[in-house]
Design a protein around this ligand. Structure first.
Ligand code: ADP
Length: 546
């Protein structure tokens, strides 16, 4: 027997319809790419998104067409998302930090019809224009006054397109399973693969990730999504914040410590989210200038393991709660958030800190388990580590155009490629990406754990650990360290510091110092490159073993 409730398709436009009706006066503040701070309301966002939708229809955009955006977090970028999705087209977010070869590959693979771009990326597009023949035209997110001189063909001014429209428009009707967003994974191995989100998956993700025990935003919050909209949908904030009418502050292109600090304070931000490197820059800036934070309550940190030093500084020095989170593009992206359960607040500082390094527990709609190489479920004892597998309505079923073939096992589980432990209370901890784990004499050494310890040394700015081949142990850890500006460090300084913090057999066999580490387009250390660079590295312990 069918239930007798209304059929109300879960389309993402219902989110800004709601925001405009229930929170018309709520503000969206942007540091524009042109420079000044811009302010308007959810009512304005709603109206201009409809104008954007009409402008795209006039250009001939149809349901299912892919429209790419190459843009920072701004109000205009947000309008284009809703405009594109509201007519059943698919918004393909391009990451400007990708190499041009990868950009060319994904634009052609997606068959993007138009590219909506910020002024800052015109030169990238000019460079690749000859190789992206599928693109019929470019829309520049600016006004007439700021339109650039460019060699690109068929270039339009966004504000001019919007001004030519009124907002009398009903969003188009289609099934909630219709595709609305496309985001490619960085493709550390092989070509990037496209994750194709649906309206339904994005709405479910917005509701689930924003539960009180998730990101927990509310109408009295002001959220600053530093995580870019081109990095796994700004972790869903462009959908979840309007769903509760939170004030949004968009940082545009300036993500340095000083600019982020200015927005946090001037706009009275209560909640923010980004990868660890952004927070290292902010903490560094605040330490140098001796500034404090007056309104920020919590900071969501994910995308890479959050080092202890960041949690400690935010909580001890600034009174800001850190919520460590984990997810991936294929999961829309949130999987887990580390929020305490009853009684945990009373644990000793050391115990709480150790616990906060875990990536957290699954939000509702995410099923999670760990399995051995044959897919057998492993115990949730907080000790045994295995392949982290996930299922849920906002998890990818297959990549765009079936790239890579079947990605689920026979029971519908997706292998995240992460290696993790699960404890009896449901908290998950990543020990490594499966390709980064160091296999030493039949045991696994967690590179994340070693990096975390090394980074808590006062003179270490960044650290990475890779496995280097060893005749006796197969692999042994090599620690690569970037010292803080102006600080000198020796191998013994680092190793002595680490000695009593980890089992002796896990200690790195050697330490090398470099000026900087290579990063991926989403801010992770590029271990593949490091492994390549150090593949012939002779560990001092090799001679000893021979
Ligand atoms: P890309 O591989 O394109 O950068 P994602 O941003 O989707 O794409 O990366 C997801 C991966 O990032 C996860 O599978 C995991 O390896 C890593 N990751 C994300 N959050 C964390 C975290 N809190 N701790 C450790 N690793 C993380």
């Amino acid at each position: 027997m069918e239930g007798l409730m209304q059929d109300w398709p879960l389309r993402v436009t219902t989110i800004i319809d709601h925001a405009a009706r229930a929170h018309p006066e709520q503000e969206i503040v942007t540091r524009t790419v042109e420079g000044p701070i811009h302010r308007y309301t959810y009512k304005d966002l709603h109206s201009r998104s409809k104008k954007a939708a009409k402008a795209l229809l006039e250009l001939g955009v149809k349901k299912g067409d892919r429209i790419a955006t190459l843009a920072w977090n701004t109000y205009r970028h947000m309008e284009t998302w809703y405009g594109i999705m509201g007519i059943g087209a698919i918004c393909h977010t391009l990451n400007p930090r990708l190499f041009t070869d990868q950009l060319i590959y994904i634009i052609n693979h997606a068959e993007d019809d138009y590219i909506i771009t910020d002024l800052t990326f015109i030169s990238i597009l000019e460079e690749i224009a000859d190789d992206i023949a599928c693109v019929k035209g470019f829309i520049v997110l600016t006004d007439l006054e700021h339109m650039p001189e460019t060699s690109l063909n068929n270039v339009m001014c966004y504000e001019e397109l919007i001004e030519a429209q009124n907002d009398e428009f009903e969003w188009l009707e289609f099934d909630e399973n219709t595709a609305c967003g496309l985001c490619y994974t960085s493709g550390t191995t092989g070509n990037p693969k496209g994750v194709l989100y649906s309206h339904r998956s994005n709405v479910i993700h917005a509701i689930a990730s924003n539960s009180a025990d998730g990101m927990g935003l509310k109408a009295t919050d002001t959220v600053l999504p530093v995580v870019p909209m081109f990095h796994a949908n700004a972790w869903g904030l462009v959908f979840s914040a309007p769903s509760v009418g939170a004030k949004i502050v968009m940082p545009g292109m300036k993500l340095d410590g000083e600019s982020i600090y200015e927005l946090l304070e001037n706009e009275k931000v209560t909640s923010t989210a980004a990868v660890p490197t952004v927070w290292l820059m902010l903490l560094d800036y605040m330490e140098q200038t001796d500034l404090k934070l007056s309104t920020l309550e919590n900071v969501v940190i994910g995308g890479a393991a959050c080092p202890e030093i960041i949690i400690e500084k935010f909580e001890k020095n600034y009174g800001v709660k850190v919520i460590h989170a984990w997810g991936m593009t294929e999961m829309s992206p949130l999987g887990t958030l580390n929020l305490a359960k009853s009684g945990m607040d009373e644990w000793s500082y050391e115990r709480q800190m150790k616990h906060k390094l875990k990536q957290g527990r699954a939000v509702y709609t995410v099923e999670m388990k760990i399995a051995d190489d044959d897919g057998n479920e492993l115990p949730c004892d907080g000790e045994t580590s295995g392949h982290l597998m996930v299922r849920g309505p906002a998890v990818a079923r297959v990549y765009f155009k079936n790239e890579g073939g079947d990605i689920l096992d026979k029971d519908g589980w997706f292998d995240t490629d992460d290696v993790a432990t699960l404890d009896p209370q449901g908290f998950m901890q990543i020990t490594d990406r499966s390709k980064d784990v160091i296999k030493s004499g039949g045991e696994w050494i967690s590179s994340i754990e070693l990096e975390n310890i090394a980074m808590s040394h006062w003179a270490v700015a960044e650290a990475a650990v890779i496995g280097v081949s060893h005749p006796k142990w197969t692999e042994r850890p090599l620690l690569i360290v970037v010292p803080k500006d102006g600080k000198t460090l020796t191998k013994d300084d680092v190793l002595n510091f680490m000695t009593d913090k980890i089992a002796k057999w896990c200690l790195p066999d050697d330490v090398v110092f470099v000026d900087e580490l290579p990063h991926t387009a989403t801010g992770k250390v590029q271990k593949l490159l490091l492994r390549e660079q150090f593949k012939d590295y002779q560990l001092p312990t090799v001679q000893a073993a021979e």
